[in-house]
Ligand binder design. Sequence first.
Ligand code: IMP
Ligand code: MG
Length: 179
Amino acid sequence: MTEVTETKPEIFFPKEVVDKRVRELAAEISRDYGAKDLLVVGVLKGAFIFMADLIRSLTIPCSIDFVRLASYGGGSTSSGEIRFTKDLEIPIAGRDILIVEDIVDTGLTLSRLVEELKGRRPASLRVCAFIDKRERRQVPFTADYVGFTVPDGFIVGYGLDYNEKFRFLPDVCVLRDIT
Ligand code: IMP
Ligand code: MG
């Protein structure tokens, strides 16, 4: 694998394009949930910037909580295992839950997370993914709200990392050399 020090992120979606899309998603979510008592669950760390922007564009109130799942261990492909390293703090039984995740790639992480959280009997459970890499699915998974659909390619910036690097970049970028 190419060392990250040799790779230079190229802008894929500039910040203005991202901001506009996030506002559109927030409008759609606000319309769909209306007067419901929405609990937005962010998946750390990748979703933190997206979620912060998204909830500030909602026109309805919401509560927030986070989960953190055991990561890939530094690589760029999914292991298929999920483990909570930080669980929810708010009980979700009977609540309307919107999971906010950075990327759906193989689909393994989100399908397992959804399965786990559905077992806790929420009133409803939907998923909003900032980026959908649809071509890379290993298990069927469809997010209810998607920011951008992208073909294969490793995405960084706007909260997304490669080996904990590049999360701070304001634009959504691609690392061309990473597969
Ligand atoms: P999945 O289980 O393969 O769907 O993995 C999804 C997780 O892998 C995401 O939540 C990201 O943390 C990570 N991931 C997958 N593709 C990328 C990428 O292109 N950039 C950054 N993180 C990624
Ligand atoms: Mg993630």
